[in-house]
Design a protein around this ligand. Structure first.
Ligand code: NAP
Length: 280
């Protein structure tokens, strides 16, 4: 670091578990950009102070994680149309004191799905399990890929209905009852788990029975701890192609890096750093 170093960071509460600093600092090293990225533990009461600090200090870019993705929006100067539709911001670009909010979670997920599992999403029947914050970004990004149909199934059915309604003008989206999940999975080309079911430490849990999937279909899980959930292990045994959540994390960061620097993100180096840290 020297007097030209440009600052970046991630805010959240809690934040000390975040893999973003090691991933982003590796990206700066790899591309020779004089940047430094830190993790900031910011409480909700200090969020406005933080936004003022970003402007005052000229911090160029910020990632935003739980619990600030919604509340940060009212403190920004401009919200990108995608982030507005999703209703959450996970990336801030500081353009000479003007703070612009983006959401790279959903587009990061779709880029990862296309590069790692299924390049052609058009015409596909998709089932989305869950209707929480992550599902919103993903459904938004999937509607841009011309799917044949998106079926959303959630434990609390009213949340699935609300999500389907929010994006109904963009694609053929329906909310379905948990009872019809088995049949929906049988017909699906891609089944995506956006729930936290199966995440560490409850790694034996699974959101569906893998035997419901058709061989050759794609099973995708947002969870990356563990890297291969019970859902994905069962799907693999059923002859499915499997796609874990690590890629989404890497690509949401890659998009943020690209918005901030205008340079292509060194995706493989970023992945290597995070994988080493998860396995080490
Ligand atoms: P969230 O807003 O709290 O939503 C959680 C979702 O999981 C809801 O649909 C909830 O259903 C469902 N759920 C929770 N426990 C359940 C259970 N026991 N049985 C059935 N459904 C259950 O959380 P989120 O932010 O969307 O995150 C969801 C998952 O995605 C987490 O595992 C998170 O780690 C992962 N994620 C990964 C990335 C990545 O970069 N790979 C990024 C973001 C999130 P109800 O609505 O009925 O409560």
């Amino acid at each position: 670091m020297d007097s030209h170093t440009v600052l970046y960071g991630v805010i959240g509460n809690p934040i000390r578990h975040s893999k973003s600093p090691i991933m982003m600092n590796r990206a700066f090293r790899e591309t020779g950009i004089n940047g430094a990225y830190a993790a900031f533990h910011v409480t909700s009461e200090r969020l406005a102070d933080f936004a003022a600090g970003v402007r005052a200090m000229g911090i160029r870019g910020v990632n935003v994680t739980i619990p600030h993705k919604l509340d940060i929006m009212s403190l920004l100067d401009e919200i990108d149309a995608g982030a507005e539709a999703i209703g959450a911001v996970n990336t801030i670009v500081n353009d000479d004191g003007r703070l612009i909010g983006y959401n790279t979670d959903g587009i990061g997920y779709v880029r990862s799905l296309k590069e790692e599992a299924e390049p052609e999403l058009a015409g596909k029947k998709m089932v989305v399990l869950g209707a929480g914050g992550a599902a919103r970004g993903i459904v938004y990004a999937l509607t841009k890929e011309s799917p044949e149909r998106i079926t959303i199934v959630n434990r609390s059915v009213e949340r699935a209905e609300e999500l389907a309604k929010a994006f109904r003008s963009q694609a053929d989206i329906e909310a379905a009852a948990v009872e019809s999940l088995k049949e929906a999975c049988r017909q699906a080309d891609i089944v995506i788990n956006t729930t936290s079911v199966g995440m560490y430490p409850n790694t034996e849990d699974t959101p569906i029975d893998g035997a419901w999937l058709q061989p050759g279909a794609v099973a995708s899980d947002l969870i990356y701890n563990p890297l291969k959930t019970t859902f994905l292990q069962q799907a693999e045994r059923q002859g499915c192609r499997v796609h874990g959540g690590l890629g989404m994390f890497i690509y949401q960061g890659a998009y943020a890096f690209e918005y901030w620097t205008g340079r292509p993100a060194p995706v493989e180096a970023m992945r290597e750093t995070v994988l080493d840290s998860l396995q080490g």
